[in-house]
Design a protein around this ligand. Structure first.
Ligand code: SAH
Ligand code: SF4
Length: 348
């Protein structure tokens, strides 16, 4: 059965043309899905009836919804049509001018094949890729969770469960749908894709001139240190990864965000900060430092505040801007690397 959210506007027009409906109907269907809250009842009765009978457009069901104690973060465990579950996070920040800013953190896979040792998604292993429509539906879903009359969601990070460049085609189709001017119209500069460092994917993003922002998870500045935390670093050594990043920067004329999960005694020493500084020197880069969030399968501790400041000061000396990621939603396991599917039988 065709899921409507899997289709780009062009694909939807082609598919309705097969049914004998022209552009006018395709445009109205698109607007109904992405501008009018999924209400298809205004479409021509025969088309409406056929869509109801032959396609899928229900949004995922919420199995569990949790709100962090500070009220800023909400996490939703969503049940997909085959019973698999994913997590989507809605984060509220106060913008610089005091206006609230809402960001959704989307999943791209059920589980993840990459196996990073400190990540709850990696610890659960790979189950399956998400379809484009399952990525898009997370945005439609969270939009409905916003208070009435609030601004629709404008910021997206592809940093939930899964490795987006391991599910390249579906993720790109989803981004095309999310950014479509006649639909949700999310600005590409408000979308950030985070990758563990899938080199062929980074090169492809550059060649295809994909307009969103790119974040690359590093965590180690030597191959040995990185491989201990991030198994795919064996397949794509740092020299290859950095060459791909430089290629991307040159082609896209954009800076890259580099993520570094700070783990006490593992990758937070001054020597390691210097190694990172040397690795990124001369690049258009911004480093996001993420003190380790707890996960069931990894016993190490996050770096303390003083060591974080020291690490940051060393990066500054190399001319590298950096930000320490605000710790949000940890009490409901909605922080970076804490997302996972429901364990069998849970919240059934
Ligand atoms: N698969 C992609 C995107 C999802 S993970 C990637 O790995 O980049 C998003 C970010 O959270 C990554 O930088 C990841 O390394 C980081 N992360 C994973 N587990 C974490 C944990 N327990 N604490 C802090 N950050 C973590
Ligand atoms: Fe997968 Fe990213 Fe988690 Fe690594 S950190 S296991 S790539 S989701």
């Amino acid at each position: 059965m065709q899921t409507l959210y899997d289709l780009t506007r062009e694909a939807m027009a082609a598919w309705l043309a097969d049914w004998g409906y022209g552009r006018y109907h395709a445009n109205r269907l698109w607007a109904a899905l992405y501008r009018h809250g999924g209400d298809l009842s205004g479409l021509r009765a025969d088309l409406h009836a056929r869509l109801v009978a032959e396609t899928r457009f229900a949004l995922p069901q919420t199995a569990v919804a949790q709100t962090s104690s500070d009220g800023y973060t909400r996490k939703f465990l969503l049940r997909l049509h085959d019973g698999q579950t994913i997590e989507t996070v809605l984060m509220q920040f106060e913008g610089r001018d005091g206006t609230p800013r809402t960001t959704a953190c989307l999943s791209t896979q059920v589980g993840c094949a990459m196996g990073c040792v400190f990540c709850a998604t990696g610890q659960m292993g790979f189950v399956r890729h998400l379809r484009p429509g399952e990525i898009v539906a997370q945005v439609l879903f969270v939009n409905r969770q916003l208070p009435p009359h609030s601004e629709p969601l404008r910021n997206i990070v592809l940093m939930g469960m899964g490795e987006p460049l391991h599910n390249y085609e579906n993720t790109m189709t989803a981004v095309e749908i999310l950014t479509d001017h006649h639909g949700l119209a999310i600005a590409p500069r408000h979308i950030t894709l985070s990758t563990v460092g899938v080199v062929p994917g980074i090169i492809r993003l550059a060649d295809e001139q994909r307009p969103f922002r790119l974040a690359v998870s590093l965590h180690g500045a030597t191959d040995a240190e990185r491989q201990a935390l991030v198994p795919p670093a064996r397949r794509w050594p740092l020299a290859e990864l950095m060459a791909a990043c430089r290629y991307y920067s040159k082609k896209r004329q954009r800076r890259i965000f580099f993520e570094w999960t700070l783990i006490a005694g593992q990758n937070d020493t001054p020597a390691q900060a210097h190694a990172l500084g040397q690795l990124l020197r001369g690049m258009q880069a911004h480093v996001n430092l993420i003190p380790l969030n707890p996960t069931p399968g990894y016993a190490e501790q996050p770096t303390g505040e003083t060591a974080v400041k020291q690490f940051q000061a060393i990066l500054t000396a190399y001319g590298l801007p950096s930000t320490v990621r605000q710790r949000r939603g940890i009490d409901i396991a909605a922080g970076c690397g804490q997302l996972k599917a429901a364990t069998p039988g849970y919240a059934a």
